[in-house]
Design a protein around this ligand. Structure first.
Ligand code: AMP
Length: 185
């Protein structure tokens, strides 16, 4: 299965992505985690994108598109994948479609975890990641509204969007996602 999961910072998408991947035996491709690791290791990519991630800004599309192209060409993701945190802009979404055409792959569903901003903020403040400082979180929420939410329509029009109320206990959200994907509990 090939899936995308969307949600603001603190929406629980990382946790849900991990649960889903172990249930469906597919690989999670979490761009945020990979970028934070690249920064920690100070790789070439890490140094390039560090200023953006630290401020809660989006890394440049060209870098992200190239990054995901390399990742989805690796053999471990051939059986299926779940993209967590990608695409985040309309341009990334369009480019992802071109890439999937090239790979002869098809996206099954785009899952949107709907969570009110107040919940996003309070959940993010309880984490202690480098990009979870209050002003940085506000910026990430704002960018989610400005750049990522408009993209939902792109998937809605193609009949791929699955909206899930993410403002509930983890287990309930997990079950709602499985149910929406038509997978028996
Ligand atoms: P996340 O953990 O998914 O919230 O991502 C953390 C940070 O990584 C974001 O605030 C961005 O700076 C960067 N990032 C992750 N994915 C993307 C993407 N698809 N496009 C641009 N920047 C990204």
């Amino acid at each position: 299965m090939r899936l995308i999961i969307f949600g603001g910072p603190g929406s629980g998408k990382g946790t849900q992505a991990k649960e889903l991947c172990s249930r469906l035996r597919i690989t999670a491709v979490a761009t945020g985690d990979m970028l934070r690791q690249a920064i920690a290791e100070q790789t070439h990519l890490g140094r390039q994108i560090q200023p953006y991630v630290e401020k809660g800004e989006l890394a440049p599309d060209e870098i992200m598109i190239q990054f995901i192209q390399q990742r989805l060409n690796q053999p471990d993701v051939a059986p299926g994948w779940l993209l967590d945190g990608y695409p985040r802009t309309a341009f990334q979404a369009e480019e992802l479609d071109f890439l999937l055409d090239e790979l002869n792959q098809r996206l099954d569903r785009a899952i949107y975890l709907e969570v009110p901003d107040a919940t996003l903020l309070s959940r993010s403040l309880h984490r202690s990641r480098m990009d979870d400082q209050p002003d940085v979180i506000q910026r990430r929420i704002q960018l989610f509204h400005d750049r990522t939410l408009p993209m939902l329509e792109y998937y809605e029009r193609r009949g791929r969007l699955l909206r899930i109320d993410g403002d509930r206990p983890l287990e309930d959200v997990h079950h709602a996602i499985l149910n929406g994907l038509g997978i028996a509990l």
